[in-house]
Design a protein around this ligand. Structure first.
Ligand code: SF4
Length: 466
């Protein structure tokens, strides 16, 4: 599963270098492409490329990103194919000047908006939702840029956290449900925005507050101005930001992700205890939950699986995949630690179930006597339409199989999930305050029929590409 990360800064002499560092901290949110657009007050400069931040940028191309304002993006494609055209920020030249946008989320009415714009003569260069937003702005009758952006945003349904940059303003906005995180900070007397607070720590900025659901903030030489996109807003921050996406050193809604994940593990241990010798995480995303499980259960915590941090693209034939080579490239088990032990392995989620099955296989091969899988989230039964790259519903293990069936498929001695109430308790929330649709199917923003067509087009465009 994947997401995207955005960053922006206004009024700093080293804007592009700070944005580069901010993107480094947000790299976990997307590794397919990275880009920065900067402004010196009269020209927008841009550079983007495929791959991780460290491979895309160097001293030379960063030096060319002049000016004291910049926005940046790391991408994990959820809509649109993975190619340089879809890399963000996307920059366009409009009648009244240039504009760039970087976007995290998924617009659920993108299909109908795109069809409408195309029938009015719009030509698209990408398959990304961000270009739709730029077309809406360019066609707006509002003379004022801020009004034009507000009018465009009011036509969007779904999830977006955005940063815009024109010659002299940085504008940031969050959808009325607040699906994706976005926060405001300050460093050296200037404002910064980022998907996660870990980016503030990286650049030495201080966290001020979250951008509110439905809020748009304009930062310019005149200071900072806040306005609401819609009158009616709700808080539906994606609960998966707590479970998996955000870095454990980030805070969401003022709460530590690290501590929240530990609580998930503690509650999981209360709900589903088991007699065992060691507790191990599936690293790295399950480390905190496993620590919480170990502390609550009193069973020693160990790193029984070691994750390789140097994996890039691999070329594995289908028949090699059946021999678990893909899992072995990512993880290896510590044989001496596991030999003859009853092991509790804690993972943050089960999507298709294939990775869990490979990990359990590996643990048994390395000598584990018993393997009990504990999952620090409830069963995922529904796909995400708000910017997270989940498989189709029928590919999700829990959409059609019971816990017992999944337990048998993955080959665990026992399998237990955190309950939905347990998850709510760990996050300190109640139903209706966060999006939990992938566990319940209760989508906060209705999924139009077009979302299905869009998914189909996504597949078709990928086929065309190859
Ligand atoms: S459907 Fe699931 S992954 Fe998507 S926003 Fe809601 S909770 Fe997050």
């Amino acid at each position: 599963m994947g997401d995207c990360g955005i960053f922006g800064i206004y009024g700093h002499s080293e804007a592009s270098v700070i944005t580069y560092m901010g993107l480094y901290a947000l790299q976990h949110r997307g590794q397919e492409s990275a880009g920065i657009v900067s402004s010196d007050g009269s020209i927008l400069y841009h550079y983007k490329g495929m791959g991780e931040v460290r491979f895309v940028f160097n001293e030379e191309n960063l030096r060319k990103l002049k000016g004291s304002r910049a926005i940046g993006h790391v991408r994990y494609s959820t809509t649109g194919t993975s190619n340089i055209y879809n890399a963000q920020p996307i920059k366009v030249d409009l009648l009244d000047g240039s504009l760039a946008v970087a976007h995290n989320g998924n617009i659920v009415n993108a299909y109908s908006l795109r069809r409408e714009l195309e029938s009015g003569g719009a030509i698209f260069h990408t398959t990304s939702d961000s270009e739709i937003i730029l077309h809406l702005i360019s066609r707006s009758k509002d003379r004022d840029r801020v009004e034009a952006i507000l009018t465009a945003l009011r036509k969007l349904e779904g999830a977006y956290s955005l940063v815009y940059l024109d010659e002299d303003r940085l504008i940031t906005a969050r959808d009325p449900c607040g699906f994706r995180p976005l926060c405001l900070g300050r460093m050296d007397g200037v404002f910064v925005v980022a998907s996660e607070t870990c980016a503030f720590d990286m650049v030495g900025a201080e966290y001020i507050r979250d951008i509110k659901p439905g809020e748009m903030v304009v930062i310019s030489k005149d200071g900072i101005e806040s306005m609401m996109i819609h009158k009616s807003v709700s808080n539906n921050l994606c609960i998966f930001e707590y479970i998996y996406f955000s870095r454990p050193d980030s805070c969401l809604e003022g709460k530590s992700v690290y501590q929240t994940r530990k609580k998930m593990g503690r509650i999981l241990a209360e709900e589903s205890p088991v007699d065992a010798d060691i507790v191990i995480p599936v690293p790295d995303s399950s480390n905190c939950a496993a620590l919480g499980y170990a502390e609550e259960s009193g069973i020693p915590f160990e790193f029984g699986l070691i994750r390789s941090h140097y994996i890039g693209r691999t070329f594995i034939e289908p028949e090699q995949k059946t021999r678990d080579f893909d899992a072995r490239i990512k993880y290896n088990a510590v044989r001496n630690l596991l030999d003859g032990k009853r092991v509790v392995v804690v993972d943050d989620s089960i999507v298709r179930g294939t990775t869990s099955s490979k990990i359990i296989n590996m643990l048994r091969r390395m000598g584990a006597d018993e393997v009990h899988l504990r999952v620090s989230s409830p069963p995922i039964t529904h796909s995400c339409f708000y910017g997270i790259d989940t498989p189709t519903r029928k590919e999700l293990a829990a959409s059609s199989s019971s816990v017992e069936e999944i337990e048998s498929f993955i080959g665990a001695d026992s399998l237990r999930y955190l309950s939905l109430d347990g998850l709510m308790k760990a996050v300190g929330t109640k139903r209706g305050k966060h999006c939990i649709a992938c566990f319940t199917g209760d989508y906060p923003v209705p999924i139009p029929e077009e979302a299905g067509k869009e998914a189909l087009e996504k597949v078709i465009s990928r086929i065309r590409l190859f």
